[in-house]
Write a protein that binds this ligand. Sequence first.
Ligand code: 5GP
Ligand code: ZN
Length: 112
Amino acid sequence: MDCLFCNITSGTIPVTRLFENEHLLAFPDINPQAPTHLLIIPKQHFSSLAHTTSEQSELLGQLLTTSAEIARQQHLATGYRLVINTGHDGGQTVGHLHVHLLGGRHMTWPPG
Ligand code: 5GP
Ligand code: ZN
């Protein structure tokens, strides 16, 4: 399948692998929107969060708890934001489920 993040997972496109286990991979966003901006992805391809079901409950739980663990490793003790853009209106541009981990500055609300 021609998917950018599957090509990153497989190593076809090299990235700095900040965290990796059997199911998940984290790497820096190529166009950072904050001093810390990482992407955490499942290695298995899901086109978006909307393409998951309760079958993925354990994986999605790991995605969140691992994101929190990576935030600790990144010393984001004063806070951070996790974002999952989903679908066209959600602003999703890469069709492989990913969590943005943003930190190192104060975030505003509402998002654009
Ligand atoms: P989305 O808009 O789908 O929520 O987020 C996609 C993210 O992937 C964007 O923040 C974009 O900067 C990032 N991105 C796009 N292409 C690449 C790439 O080739 N390498 C990395 N590391 N990030 C990418
Ligand atoms: Zn993919």
